[in-house]
Design a protein. Sequence first.
Length: 332
Amino acid sequence: MFAAYFDCPGGPENLYMKEVMKPDPGEGEILVKVSASALNRADLLQRRGKYPPPKGASDILGLEAAGSVAGLGPGCSGRWKIGDAVMALLSGGGQAQYVTVPEGLLMPIPKDMTFTQAAAIPEAWLTAFQLLHFIGKVQEGERVLIHAGASGVGMAAIQLVRLAKAIPIVTAGTQEKLAATANAGAAAGFNYKIEDFSEKVLEFTQGSGVDIILDCVGSSYWEKNLNCLNTDGRWIIYGLLSGGEVHGDLLARLLSKRASIHTSLLRSRDKKASSGYKQAFTAEVLPHFSGGTSPRLQPLVDSVYPLHAIAEAHRAMEENRNIGKIVIEIPV
């Protein structure tokens, strides 16, 4: 089969489409014929040699996939059958023609949704769901500050905050991205390049600040985050785009607000924890992607690249050109 590959860490130019061995499903695993995958920041880090896959995971890029069931390993429960349309969050291997997935981690693709749309769901939406509900324990009426609001996770989080009857506030780097977040349901949005987002958040919340912060940026935002975090607020870090080194009296500032810091990496969760998130997401969120539901949830696809153009897809994400998800089409 063909897969996205690189022989040594480096820039996007190191990526190419390589012929590799097709995997065989093991005990309790499903073989999925992949029609579409999607790109994530973790793929960029892995390509640079800074984020190796967990032990036992595929070294092929790709943390999510949408396609159809092509084979059943021994010991499967019988829930899935050949030809079923499925999607999954993976620890690796999604940007290939086939991938094996533990049957408990598969999710059905919502009715009338294309493989391209479905590929934009697993990583972004499951990440946002577990950050908000399992870690942040978001409550109705709370205010949630979402950094990188126009990213895949950001656009999913906006809609999930609305679904929880809470109030989403975002930051983004262009007016175009802020307009997209407003269309997705953001109550307010601020351009971090030309505005002090902490001052704007305090102004919008009439001085009280936000109850939850979803932060994929890290060190450069720590002071502003604490400035606009409410007493007893929850600051959730799930990425370090600006690094992890903090200079300043972080702990005293945190203590003065009785605030808490939580961290999360979904990729390294064990299968049992991942299955728990998946089951809750399937029951509580997936029905809202189908017609006739209110509110209706919608994955946002920014652009689609064929697998052989994987390097250009990486360049687009590195330049922050995307609003929503970059999807990779897998050749038949």
